[in-house]
Design a protein around this ligand. Structure first.
Ligand SMILES: Nc1ncnc2c1ncn2[C@@H]1O[C@H](COP(=O)(O)OP(=O)(O)OP(=O)(O)O)[C@@H](O)[C@H]1O
Ligand SMILES: [Mg+2]
Length: 344
């Protein structure tokens, strides 16, 4: 006799162990097993996501058990859409996982350089021969496509998904900007639409084999960071801060949110730490470094301190971030790569 399936079991686990249950989910009109994000949720969670009537949940669970035990079920079993079983990208761990590490870049506050750190990390990982993708999770204020100078619209992939754009240096990029007629068109969307766009950027995009998928988040603790932390298989979070930020409670809010959602902070980056003149004079424009406090607050290592560099801002604006080289930054990149390797 098989074990009893309950509403709090993860859909992916249920259908992996009992493939026949896929038809039961679909028979009940639930596409969860074909949906990369839904498959990671519990049976109850997937049902909620797809607005399944709560009063029918018991019946669904009963039918799942019935199908496992070879008994009749209350609905006509239905096949999953062709080619959309459990997407390979969602395989939990190990070699068969197409995207090996998903890293989200977060900060409590806007304008501290999350997107810039995301871009720079991607560039450096790529320089080390890694296969890298960036999912621009800032749906209403996307900046990644601009930074990499990727232009044009993503096309339909051979498997019916979306092909991301690829930067000159070979980094795969998916950003809301690519879907706008004009770069300056506003995206006037409410939370649920933003969440759904982020999920689609993950599950409907053909990322192919990636070593790292970096997710650039908008500031704060709103829908977008929540969606990413709850719905994407995030392996680690990098927190970006700047020296003057510690005076506020903003960084702490962000750290607390990560903790509440059971995320793992793998490192902290302090941006805009200082400015160095051509004569090597250092000015701590935003005050002394708070690196030590950040480490205490997060329990994660300080991966690096990035100086204010007008050349960097210039290259970002010109879509040429991949041409940037600086010693301070190379140290950050090396720390990042070694920290993540240790974590897993
Ligand atoms: N160390 C730096 N040196 C020079 N310019 C920088 C540095 N860090 C960030 N900038 C510039 O500051 C601006 C804001 O940075 P960025 O867009 O990365 O911040 P963000 O935290 O992603 O902002 P948002 O919260 O709006 O998403 C950009 O124009 C960027 O090029
Ligand atoms: Mg940003």
């Amino acid at each position: 006799m098989a074990e009893t399936i309950t509403a709090d079991m993860v859909i992916h686990d249920v259908v992996t162990k009992y493939p026949a249950t896929v038809k039961v989910f679909h028979g009940h009109g639930l596409p969860c097993t074909a949906c990369a994000v839904g498959a990671r949720e519990s049976v109850a969670g997937g049902a909620r996501t797809h607005r399944f009537p709560p009063e029918k949940l018991d019946l669904l669970v009963k039918d799942l058990n019935a199908s496992v035990n070879g008994e009749p079920i209350s609905v006509a079993p239905k096949k999953a859409p062709v080619g959309r079983g459990i997407p390979l990208t969602m395989a939990p761990e190990g070699e068969d996982r197409k995207i090996k590490k998903v890293i989200a870049i977060m900060s409590g506050k806007g304008g501290v350089g999350k997107s810039l750190v995301t871009g720079l990390l991607a560039v450096s990982l790529r320089r080390q021969g890694m296969r890298v993708g960036i999912l621009d999770g800032d749906i209403t204020g996307p900046s990644i496509a601009r930074m990499f100078g990727t232009q044009g619209q993503p096309s339909k992939s051979a498997t019916g998904g979306i092909d991301p754009l690829t930067s000159k240096g070979g980094i795969k990029v998916m950003s809301m900007n690519m879907f706008l007629e004009h770069e300056s068109d506003p995206v006037v969307w409410r939370g649920p639409m933003i969440s759904s766009a982020i999920k689609q950027f993950y599950s409907d995009v053909d990322w192919g084999q990636l070593d790292y998928l970096l997710v650039d988040l908008p500031p704060g603790t709103s829908d977008a960071p929540m969606t990413v932390l709850q719905s994407l298989p995030v392996d680690g979070i990098v927190i970006v801060s700047s020296p003057q930020m510690l005076a506020t409670m903003i960084v702490m809010k962000c750290i607390n949110m990560v903790r509440q959602l059971k995320g793992v902070i793998v490192g902290v980056v302090e941006n805009m730490s200082y400015f160095e003149t051509p004569n090597n004079e250092r000015y701590e424009i935003f005050g002394p470094s708070n690196g030590t406090e950040l480490v205490t607050m997060t329990g994660a290592p300080l991966l690096g301190q990035i100086p204010i560099d007008p050349n960097l801002a210039l290259l970002c604006d010109a879509g040429r971030v991949e041409e940037y080289y600086a010693d301070a930054y190379e140290a950050l990149a090396a720390n990042f790569v070694s920290t993540l390797k240790i974590k897993r």
